[in-house]
Design a protein around this ligand. Structure first.
Ligand SMILES: Cc1cc2nc3c(=O)[nH]c(=O)nc-3n(C[C@H](O)[C@H](O)[C@H](O)COP(=O)(O)OP(=O)(O)OC[C@H]3O[C@@H](n4cnc5c(N)ncnc54)[C@H](O)[C@@H]3O)c2cc1C
Length: 313
């Protein structure tokens, strides 16, 4: 039964992810969506709006990271503008004394056209974060960018930058090998299931395999000395990791729980109240369309929620 349920829910996921590439739909949704459903997942269009949300999360006992939404920047000038924005964001988070850091995408810094430029850009930001005593997480994007993202992460660590982490996706067959390669560097790794539409040659088509791989990666990472950000809303997996850490004598300073802004907020608060570090990924900015579409794809009910809020107005 679970398999049938998964196949049914896979249809809207791939459809919604394909819609993420439609420029017509993007223009239509982006014109109105923030005033309607998108604000559930996106902390506003400006840094000021986002800072107010981050403060509320901190006041509720939650940590946060923020992301200036955007990806696949096509030229060096565009990437330079993004780096400048991120410098302002890092400075502001520290000046406001928020318990919040930054998560970014390398294609937003130029990776889709020049790896060396993306490295120079992210190095500038990671160095600044280090000086400010904060942290940068490099998100993982779709499979064509995995090799370059891991290369850049390793270069940063080899250059002496420790205030940086990256992400591994459990749906990719390659990920256990990537984890083994990274473990000698005592990495800070966020483990996710994976949000993109990947072919069965590269990624498990069956959700049960993705979930099983997820748990194995977290356990191997924790046993292997990594700091692990357990980024999932899957309560069964969260409980499993809590029990595993207890059993293995792994302290709460070795891992944190991460969820997305707008997803399972009651669970976020409950876990924080139990004394776990819970970080809420809280993006902002005008280019929120692909991010929103990935969130809708993760849960068909979100599409209904979004459409209903459009109709209600
Ligand atoms: C902090 C954070 C950072 C992430 N960074 C990356 C990244 O860098 N690269 C990447 O590929 N992916 C990233 N993801 C997305 C991730 O890959 C999954 O697509 C997403 O987390 C959904 O999977 P899940 O682990 O929550 O489990 P699922 O099995 O999909 O869901 C578990 C439960 O949570 C509920 N749920 C899940 N998602 C939603 C949602 N959007 N709205 C409402 N309910 C939901 C489900 O209904 C279900 O009950 C990130 C996720 C998080 C939480």
């Amino acid at each position: 039964m679970a398999g049938i349920g998964h196949r049914l829910s896979a249809i809207p996921r791939s459809l919604v992810l394909r819609a993420a590439g439609s420029h017509r739909l993007q223009r239509l949704v982006q014109g109105h969506g923030m005033r309607f459903g998108a604000a559930r997942f996106v902390a506003g269009q400006t840094l000021d709006e986002c800072v107010a949300v981050l403060r509320r999360l901190n006041d509720a006992g939650l940590h946060a990271n923020t992301t200036l939404l955007g990806e696949a920047i096509p030229d060096a000038d565009g990437a330079e503008a993004v780096v400048t924005e991120y410098e302002l964001i890092l400075d502001r988070l520290v000046a406001e004394e928020l318990r919040a850091n930054v998560a970014l995408k390398l294609t937003h810094l130029g990776l889709s056209f020049e790896e060396e430029l993306a490295y120079a850009n992210v190095e500038r930001l990671v160095a600044r974060a280090g000086r400010l005593g904060t942290f940068v997480r490099i998100d993982m994007e779709d499979s064509p960018f995995v090799d370059a993202t891991l290369r850049i992460y390793e270069r940063l660590r080899d250059a002496g930058h420790d205030q940086v982490g990256t992400v591994l996706q459990s749906y990719l067959y390659r990920t256990p090998d990537d984890l083994e390669r990274l473990l000698p560097r005592a990495p800070n790794l966020r483990i996710v299931k994976g949000a993109y539409l990947e072919p069965p040659e590269l990624a498990f088509p069956d959700k049960r395999d993705v979930d099983r791989a997820y748990v194995e990666l977290v356990e191997r990472g924790l046993r292997g000395g990594a700091y692990i950000a357990v980024a999932t809303h899957d309560e069964r997996i969260i409980r499993h990791v809590q029990a595993f850490a207890e059993r293995e004598g792994i302290g709460r300073d070795r891992f944190e729980l991460q969820m997305l802004y707008g997803v399972r907020p009651a669970l976020q608060r409950e876990l924080a109240a139990q004394g776990y570090k819970v970080l809420v990924a809280t993006p902002f900015g005008p280019d929120w369309y692909p991010y929103l579409m990935r969130r809708l794809a993760e849960r068909p009910a979100n599409v209904t929620f979004f459409l209903r809020s459009l109709v209600r107005r």
